[in-house]
Design a protein around this ligand. Structure first.
Ligand code: SF4
Ligand code: SF4
Length: 126
């Protein structure tokens, strides 16, 4: 799978020379096209689906591309940035049932048990 950048939602993060999506990609796959003031994905085939870029985009302009067999039937997985520390994922299946999960986007302090970092399911049928 890969990601897609919505050109209507992406504002290039204003004057930023290194928008968060670009900085966060471990594969250096995203760059800013300054003439268009938009982020561009260099090579979707090299994306390894870490979704760092999806999570950091303040405009929710980056979407997860699900496999055709799933997305063609109306399923999707979309992020929603609630604040700078929390992200909510909305997962909808092909029957239209949806579930939301909230997750911290911050590193845990070292003394905290890593097992505490789990998805929190917050509801169904949104
Ligand atoms: S972080 Fe989002 S809004 Fe900013 S340049 Fe990247 S895709 Fe566009
Ligand atoms: S999902 Fe990960 S590897 Fe793919 S473009 Fe985004 S940050 Fe880069």
């Amino acid at each position: 799978m890969t990601i897609t950048i919505d050109k209507k939602k992406c504002d290039g993060c204003g004057l930023s020379k290194q928008p968060p999506c670009m900085k966060s990609c471990p594969g250096n796959l995203i760059y800013k096209e300054f003439s268009m003031k938009k982020a561009v994905l260099r090579c979707g085939a090299d994306c390894w689906d870490c979704y760092c870029c999806v999570k950091v985009c303040p405009k929710e302009a980056i979407d997860v591309v699900l496999a055709y067999e799933i997305s063609n039937r109306g399923a999707f997985l979309k992020p929603k940035a609630l604040d700078s520390n929390t992200i909510e994922w909305v997962l909808q299946d092909k029957q239209g049932n949806s579930t939301s999960y909230r997750q911290s986007t911050q590193y845990l302090p070292l003394e905290q048990d890593a097992a505490d970092e789990t998805f929190t399911e917050i509801g169904e049928g949104i």
